[in-house]
Design a protein around this ligand. Structure first.
Ligand code: MGD
Ligand code: MGD
Ligand code: SF4
Ligand code: MO
Length: 732
């Protein structure tokens, strides 16, 4: 049976898959044993690639609103409508009248990496919202402040570390995030096997926690206190040892002074972790031959998300584990620009502008997704009147979907680039559907920069585009042209312009491989059948690895291994001081808020989320093989809480939060700790006007309806999705 290789786009692990083909149809998927990185690993989602690819509910043609209803349309009609309707709105009401929402799958497509920056650069709107502010923005802000670069994110050296401390992540089910590692579970088992230790801090006894030497069932939302106490113990017991980092770090004494009050005894009550355990955690971290602290969603989408992410790296630094093998290192992606010489940079600015309605500071050029609805609803100059939504379903993924749902209905014009007609895209005036993944080429621009091993792989489209389909890169390019007066021009003109601009700059930079070259001649030497391929070729050539080109990647269909992560902090630092700035001013200014959290609080029930191995945020519930069995939208409740609240297993319960009320079946289980209930996200597929039959038949409820969008981590604008108070009562 013919086969083709395809890197899996369904999670951050980026496994290489071998697809079996029957003509233009994918019939199955297995792990590619020769893949240099994933070596044959596959999970149940990847194994469902064929079903995901062939889902009959995927849109086959663009949709266009006419007389209030969406009808199938040609690509020409769709782009004509955009070119006719959208630019005049921007002209009349200003750049900020256009909102742009970029969702998670943009980091899993070539189009999502290559074109949104061009679109945003041309449109110059401040109303940019992405999945980052319901996810990892605290990490970007912390890295920006510490290292001067929001994308300088150290990754735990999974395969070599002797001790891994995991804060609020469940990689055995999520397959890892901001730590790209195919077969994460296998790598954790290998850590234990070579005598290393694994500690997991999570209010739930997750499958990851079950692999650990030690599981600390912390009270949600209090990790910043726990980590501050770990740092305090390191200082108090003389356990800090920056090693080779010492020359590169400033502000150590200031951090010591700032964290002095956060003793184990002071935080124990709030965290519900006893002081002796906290001391033990600190000592284990300090005395391990090598160690890495790693935090993810449970340490990010919380009230002190930026402080938590900052403390993760403070601990890596104080123990000398940043930028050394076995610790936390900075990957070097093949498409990163060749590093400039070490030295001071421009630093990272936060809050350069504020959101119009609530005055939220921007972070990385973005405003909180939780504030999108109010920016659409609130009259006045700069109101969002039109929206481009690409690979996003914020009606389910962001707080208070009901409000956003109403707001989207009131827009003057909306475009969705999305394969499905779902809770968000149903509001669009034009829906532009990308082809199924088998028909797209793949390159991981984002995740190679967070991978536990430097490597590079490219898979061209596994099967040709079906007639009537348009490649997602072409969709994005045509959208940009329609918005910028180029409607009808060849999509490659967008790519040619980017190549021209990139080279114009590169040839003037002494550290660039293109330094001093003639840009036209250089551009003429690029290979690639399409605009995006030529851009990839250019990025590889301008990158840090000599001799890497698209042709070389094509000669190595299973990828090229570029080696274990190497120390490179000096290259990475872009702070104004040229050093790691350990206590940046915005962090210091946020610490009093954390100190206030030391005060005893009422023990109200709080809710946390969870991910199931066969889920993927809001969009895989339409695949029968994935929406079944234990992947259910139940409210997990500890037996003691169930008894106290009169809840019975299997019976429905009413859950009430600041943003609304839901009803979900109770699952009594001691997997969650006392005082904590858990409901997964991405469900709630019961709105009219969608076209997702399987999801609609087993809709679940939208946990984010419990939130009103007002709870944010103030430094990053990230929504608090974990550890918020709820009331739960039996449904009569
Ligand atoms: N309560 C709670 N809420 C959460 C979270 C949580 O843990 N708890 N997690 C948050 C996190 S980490 C994230 S990243 C967000 C995710 O939230 P979003 O960024 O909104 O992502 P999804 O919900 O996955 O929706 C993705 C959309 O992209 C479409 N899509 C799929 N493939 C493609 C493609 O190839 N091209 C295009 N153009 N579109 C495609 C899908 O049909 C769907 O409409 O949710 C957040 N929401
Ligand atoms: N199967 C599957 N895989 C996925 C996804 C998916 O939806 N399904 N989504 C993808 C995306 S977009 C992302 S960003 C990643 C996320 O990857 P992870 O961060 O590994 O995923 P989560 O399962 O959300 O893990 C968060 C953990 O934090 C715990 N937690 C909640 N609150 C707290 C707290 O206050 N403190 C601590 N210490 N822990 C807390 C939760 O119980 C949960 O176990 O997964 C990706 N992979
Ligand atoms: S772990 Fe992630 S990348 Fe690997 S097969 Fe599963 S979904 Fe795909
Ligand atoms: Mo995410």
């Amino acid at each position: 049976m013919p086969t083709a290789l395809r890197i899996c786009p369904l999670c951050e692990a980026t496994c290489g898959l071998t697809l079996t083909l029957d003509g233009p149809r994918v019939t199955g998927a297995r792990g590619d044993r020769d893949d240099v990185f994933s070596q044959g690993f596959i999970c149940p989602k990847g194994a469902s690639f064929a079903e995901i690819d062939a889902d009959p509910d995927r849109l086959r043609t663009p949709l266009l609103r006419e007389g209030g209803a969406l009808r199938e349309a040609t690509w020409e009609e769709a782009f004509d409508a955009i070119a006719r309707r959208l630019p005049p709105l921007v002209e009349r009401y200003g750049a900020d009248a256009l909102g742009v929402v970029l969702g998670n799958p943009n980091v899993h497509t070539m189009a999502g990496a290559l074109y949104p920056p061009v679109l945003l650069g041309a449109m110059r709107t401040r109303n940019v919202f992405t999945a980052s502010t319901v996810d990892q923005m605290p990490k970007h802000v912390s890295s920006g402040l510490l290292f001067g670069d929001a994308f300088a994110i150290p990754v735990p050296d999974l395969d070599r570390t002797a001790h891994l401390l995991v804060i609020g992540a469940n990689p055995v089910e999520s397959n890892g995030s901001l730590c790209t590692a195919p077969d994460f579970p296998g790598r954790l088992k290998a850590l234990r096997k070579r005598g290393g230790t694994l500690t997991v801090v999570d209010p739930r006894r997750t499958r990851t926690a079950r692999l650990a030497d030690r599981h600390v069932a912390i009270r949600p939302g209090t990790d910043a206190l726990l980590l501050a106490a770990l740092a305090q113990v390191l200082f108090a017991e003389g356990l800090t040892d920056l090693g080779g980092l010492a020359d590169h770090v400033q502000g150590v004494a200031e951090v010591e002074a700032a964290l002095r009050d956060f003793t184990p005894e002071a935080v124990a009550g709030a965290c519900d972790v006893d002081a002796a355990t906290i001391r033990a955690l600190a000592r284990e971290l300090a005395t391990a031959p090598s160690a890495a602290v790693y935090g993810r969603v449970g340490g990010s989408t919380v009230a002190y998300g930026t402080l938590t992410n900052w403390l993760v790296d403070v601990l890596n630094i104080l123990t000398g584990n940043l930028d050394r093998p076995g610790g936390a290192l900075f990957p070097l992606s093949a498409t990163a620009p060749a590093p400039r010489p070490a030295g001071p940079g421009r630093g990272f600015a936060l809050g350069r502008w504020k959101s119009r309605v609530s005055g939220h500071p921007e972070a990385k050029g973005e405003l909180p997704l939780a504030a999108l609805a109010e920016e659409i609803e609130t009259p006045g100059d700069g109101r969002v009147r039109a929206l481009i939504s690409i690979a996003a379903n914020p009606v389910l993924s962001a707080p208070d979907g009901d409000r956003l749902d109403r707001a989207l209905a009131g827009l003057d014009f909306m475009v969705s680039v999305d394969p499905y007609l779902n809770e968000t895209s149903r509001h669009a005036d034009v829906v532009l559907p990308p082809p199924p993944p088998s028909q797209s080429a793949h390159f991981d621009f984002a995740f190679n920069a967070f991978a536990v091993r430097d490597q590079v792989r490219y898979t061209p489209a596994a099967v040709p585009l079906e007639p009537g389909r348009m490649d997602e890169c072409e969709i994005h390019a045509r959208l940009i042209l329609a918005m910028t007066g180029g409607h009808g021009a060849e999509p490659d003109t967008v790519d040619a312009l980017v190549v021209e601009r990139t080279l114009a700059k590169a040839v003037t930079e002494p550290h660039s491989p293109a330094y001093g070259r003639d840009p036209k001649e250089y551009a003429a030497g690029l290979v690639g059948r399409t605009g995006p391929e030529r851009r990839l070729d250019l990025m590889l050539r301008l990158g840090p690895y000599d001799g890497l080109t698209l042709d070389r990647l094509r000669e190595h269909p299973h990828g090229i291994d570029l080696g274990a992560l190497k120390p490179r902090l000096a290259q990475v630092l872009k702070t104004r001081s040229g050093r790691v700035e350990l206590l940046p001013e915005p962090i210091a200014a946020d610490l009093p808020r954390l100190r206030a959290a030391l005060e005893p609080r009422g023990d109200s029930l709080v809710l946390v989320g969870r991910r199931h191995l066969r889920s993927n945020n809001s969009w895989l519930h339409n695949i029968p093989a994935l929406n079944s069995g234990t992947n259910t939208c139940t409210l997990q409740v500890h037996p003691d809480d169930a008894a106290r609240l009169g809840l019975t297993d299997g019976a429905p319960a009413r859950i009430k939060g600041d943003g609304g009320e839901l009803e979900a079946p109770v699952e009594v289980t001691d997997v969650v700790r006392r005082g904590v209930v858990s409901l997964p996200h991405g469900w709630g597929h019961d709105r009219p006007g969608t076209r997702m039959a399987v999801a609609g038949a087993r809709p679940g409820v939208n946990v984010n309806q419990l939130l009103d969008g007002s709870l944010l981590d103030p430094l990053s604008g990230t929504a608090v999705l974990n550890g918020f108070p709820v009331e739960v009562t039996p449904t009569r």
